[in-house]
Ligand binder design. Sequence first.
Ligand SMILES: Cc1ncc(COP(=O)(O)O)c(C=O)c1O
Length: 371
Amino acid sequence: MQIPILDLKAQLAQYREDALAAITRVVDSQSLILGAEVRAFEADLAHYMALDHGVGVSSGTDALLVALMALDIGPGDVVLTTPFSFFATAGVIARLGATPRFVDIDPVSFNLTEAGVRAALADDVRAIIPVHLFGQMADLGGLHAERGAPPIVEDAAQALGATLRGRMSGHHGVCTCISFYPTKNLGAFGDAGAVVTADAMFAEKLRMLRVHGSKPKYHHHVVGGNFRLDAIQAAVLAVKLPLLDGWAAGRAKNAARYAALFAEAGLVERGLVTPPEAVVDGQHVWNQYVIRAARRDDLRAHLAARGVGTMVYYPGPLHLQPCFAELGYARGDFPVAEKACAEVLALPIQPELGPDALATVVREIRGFYGV
Ligand SMILES: Cc1ncc(COP(=O)(O)O)c(C=O)c1O
């Protein structure tokens, strides 16, 4: 039995006909960039998140970039973020000439904490990017609503649909940034992203920035970029959005199954496998199911040889990336993030996987540890 980390084809039958019909509609319209399809999806997305304004953009990376641009982040500014995320989170800060300043994470949620962020607040901090990693929201308490606190840009690339105290991302900051990269819970047929916000003025600025800062056309008030969303992507995403909550429920079911299988096998009590936990008050959407494993790299090779796909998100922390050498960080600066990089392993969790597949994954893990 081959069990890849993610098999997008396994899900395709559920929406294939509708997606092809939507694509045909766009092809026949020849309205290919922004336009009515994008506006319709933006409205659906904002409605889903109980926010007023959705702004479709070209990728999750560009969502973060354009959000920071709308906050006028630039040289001399510091943005607090996590060292344990996909590179884009910190990359966009550096691309604007600002400085990423990292704050260590919580060992259980893998996310920034309110205490950690508060301890790092300083006069030069102009924004904060918490990442809702693996599908679980980072909880910065009431910081976003505090007078004088830097604006919070939520990186919900992996967490569309997740909640914290009953509210989705975008309600805990000035905006939320979503990725529709195909491996996300809501994946496009290519690159796509969105910024969603409650703030009408902020949304207006985002809309201007995504078309080179022009409004009306050929009048440029600020320097923006080409961060536009394609109509084909928007039309496909509109077809898939109504299926998202069902998929998240299937992922949650599989997460619970894994936890029970690991406990039954004695892998947890022996300290060989630490399953992930949903620890915040809210809904985890399980974009990734990430365990900590003893002898992680050997386990990974063992599983690969037996047809079980895994991934390491992330093998190296952001503060030790060569491109950030001039920031002056050293190994040992963020021990929790560094330890996570050495231990984490993502297992297949997509909702189409049934109990037999999960049992096979856990059986192969038991085989490796000999328990
Ligand atoms: C946490 C996080 N932030 C940002 C991004 C960037 O999104 P994209 O790949 O759509 O540019 C991703 C995903 O790739 C991500 O996982």
